[in-house]
Design a binder for this molecule. Structure first.
Ligand code: SF4
Ligand code: SF4
Length: 96
């Protein structure tokens, strides 16, 4: 289990969560539409949740129904290890 960043982060990306994460597992590239949490590194400390101005972060089990696909989206972001794979991932997700 891990915490998941969902839809409200898109277009906001203020990085408040990044500043408080003790294990540095929240990442994004400049041209990514949102931040993502690496589920293999997140320690479920919940520090990022109260600092998010748009309430975009949820515990995996509590992600609202309409944003369930963001769980896989966060996971896929870190599964795409090379820059080329990440570019392909962005192109795929932007089409949705
Ligand atoms: S729950 Fe804790 S470890 Fe996980 S992303 Fe948030 S601040 Fe980082
Ligand atoms: S604090 Fe919220 S809006 Fe800001 S980058 Fe993190 S998840 Fe996105």
């Amino acid at each position: 289990m891990a915490y998941i960043i969902t839809q409200p982060c898109i277009g906001v990306k203020d990085a408040s969560c990044v500043d408080v994460c003790p294990v540095d597992c929240i990442h994004s590239a400049e041209d990514d539409e949102q931040y993502y949490i690496d589920p293999d590194i997140c320690i479920d400390c919940e520090a990022c949740v109260p600092v998010c101005p748009v309430e975009a972060i949820f515990y995996e089990e509590d992600v609202p129904e309409e944003w369930r696909d963001f769980t896989q989206k966060n996971r896929d972001y870190f599964a795409a290890k090379t820059d080329e794979e990440r570019r392909a991932f962005r192109t795929r997700t932007e089409r949705h």
